[in-house]
Design a protein around this ligand. Structure first.
Ligand SMILES: NC(=O)c1ccc[n+]([C@@H]2O[C@H](COP(=O)([O-])OP(=O)(O)OC[C@H]3O[C@@H](n4cnc5c(N)ncnc54)[C@H](OP(=O)(O)O)[C@@H]3O)[C@@H](O)[C@H]2O)c1
Length: 478
């Protein structure tokens, strides 16, 4: 069910022309590199302009947003916006650049600007008429013309998703070997009673199921974070997990007490009540498993709240020794319709949330780190450009975390769809119609525990579930 995502050096690729087009534009977020590339392409007789607003006759656009200034979230939005404008104006070929060391692992941004591959894959699904590529280029500030030449080499490979490092080696990310299930594997990285696992999103959804399974094989303490403030179950209503039943009961109760039920209020109360119940049940199950667990209401997108809650956890439970970042939200819509508000909501939870957690945790080493990413990052997914990019950033940051904490077990789980959590009936049908099976709570949680406690400590990026397209990553774009 799970395979590793591995970096493969590419030896056989075409060494053709850097571009099949004659009218090319480069956006100006890295002006020095853009000028150098324009000069290098101009030598070959191509018409190259440096502009963020290419004219209608421009055939190919090289987007340098992820190489420029600005915060990590906004450079992704800028890249998406520039790609969208170019698509609108009838552009034929789009090339998105990032610098994660040319090997999808290193580079100056430590992965925080590493979402371009996922935008490439999603845009390729949404705009099949366009040729879309991503190049991870290691920019050498001391040798920009050398960087431009390496970029031309990468362009000439024709590969849709490729990296080129400082020494000119060419790489691609591909699906590697299947991980063998280790149902009763002995923990090679066991936990101790003094260990404290901080888990964003840990009291609800699939992350709660993973933590419950972990608690069966661990003696650690758990601090679970979520935005919901657990509400008491509404009076005079029988417990249920069915939101339709609860809505009806709340409306009937309102009528019985002489009020006029307002649908938006009923909806809010129902969701609030169900969230509270889900959190209480998760805590009860952890207690029954014999571990100590507490829930802390906290919006991880808010840096001050995260700072304060981590300080509280340190004083109540002890120093945090392991991190699971499971918080996430969806705001699906096609790139052409994507709003900044939707984009920010998704990025602020996944990416800014992780930044806030890591800042609050400081320099203390972690023994384990698990980031809940998505197969949408690896394959792209229609309507999920923001979600795919944010999850791809998690994959790149996981690689940096592994370098920062080499002894730790660091895993980025690119989950396929589960039969639970944020996958509602509509999404479940969407995947089933495409022949992509759903991961059961039991199987996904068992895999999580096996990988965290007894998995290969060197494998960082895992792809879990059925393949969405042909297994060769590069075939999903272009
Ligand atoms: N389910 C799947 O099929 C699937 C597939 C691929 C990847 N994943 C990933 O797995 C993770 C869990 O997914 P799920 O399906 O269990 O989703 P879910 O049921 O919607 O749960 C999401 C969790 O994140 C918390 N959360 C959201 N925003 C937050 C914020 N700003 N601060 C703190 N907590 C926040 C939620 O709690 P509150 O609402 O109380 O804040 C909830 O506990 C996500 O990262 C998701 O991207 C899931």
């Amino acid at each position: 069910m799970a395979r590793e995502v591995v970096l493969c050096e590419q030896h056989s690729y075409s060494r053709g022309q850097p571009s099949a087009f004659t009218r090319i534009a480069i956006t100006g977020q890295h002006p020095v590199l853009a000028a150098s590339v324009a000069t290098a392409l101009g030598v070959g007789g191509l018409d190259v302009q440096i502009t963020d607003k290419p004219d209608a006759v421009t055939e190919e656009l090289v987007v340098t947003a992820a190489l420029g200034n600005g915060n990590d979230r906004d450079v992704h939005w800028l890249a998406l916006s520039q790609a969208r404008e170019f698509h609108r104006s009838g552009g034929q070929s789009l090339i998105l650049l990032q610098d994660t060391g040319g090997n999808f692992h290193e580079g100056p941004s430590q992965g925080w600007r590493g979402g371009m591959a996922a935008l490439t894959r999603t845009a390729a699904l949404e705009w099949p008429e366009m040729q879309i590529r991503c190049i991870d280029i290691a920019v050498d500030p001391a040798d920009v013309s050398g960087t431009a030449q390496r970029l031309l080499t990468a362009l000439a490979t024709g590969l849709p998703l490729v990296g080129i490092d400082l020494s000119g080696r060419v790489y691609a990310l591909q699906v590697g070997k299947a991980l063998s299930p280790s149902a009763n594997a002995v923990a090679t990285t066991p936990t101790a009673p003094s260990d404290v696992w901080l888990v964003s999103g840990g009291a609800r959804g699939v992350t709660a199921a993973c933590i419950e399974a972990l608690a069966q094989r661990s003696t650690a303490r758990f601090a679970l974070l979520g935005r919901s403030v657990p509400a008491e179950w509404p009076e005079n209503i029988e417990k249920t997990s069915d939101i339709k039943v609860l809505r009806r009961q709340l409306a009937l109760n309102a009528v019985a007490s002489g009020e006029r039920p307002v649908p938006s209020d009923i909806e809010r109360s129902a969701r609030h009540a169900l969230a509270g119940q889900e959190i209480r049940e998760a805590l009860e199950r952890l207690k029954a498993a014999g571990v100590s667990a507490r829930y802390y209401p906290c919006d991880i997108a808010n840096r001050q709240q995260v700072h304060d809650v981590v300080a509280l956890i340190h004083s109540e439970l002890g120093q945090v020794t392991a991190l699971v970042h499971g918080a996430g939200v969806l705001a699906d819509s096609l790139i052409v319709d994507k709003t900044k508000a939707q984009f920010d909501r998704v990025f602020d939870t996944k990416v800014v949330g992780l930044q806030n957690l890591l800042i609050a945790l400081g320099d203390a080493p972690l023994s384990h780190a698990a980031l809940f990413s998505s197969a949408a990052a690896f394959y792209g997914n229609t309507g999920q450009s923001d979600y795919a990019m944010a999850n791809e950033v998690l994959n790149r940051v996981a690689q940096s975390l592994k370098k920062r904490f080499p002894k730790a077990t660091v895993k980025s789980f690119n989950w396929g769809p589960w039969d639970s959590g944020m996958v509602d009936q509509t999404l479940a049908r969407y995947f089933e119609e495409r022949g992509i099976g759903l991961i059961s709570l039991q199987a996904g949680a068992a895999l999580f525990v096996d990988e965290m406690l007894a998995g290969d400590r060197h494998g960082v990026e895992l792809l879990v579930g059925d393949a969405w397209v042909d297994d060769v990553a590069n075939s999903s774009a272009g």
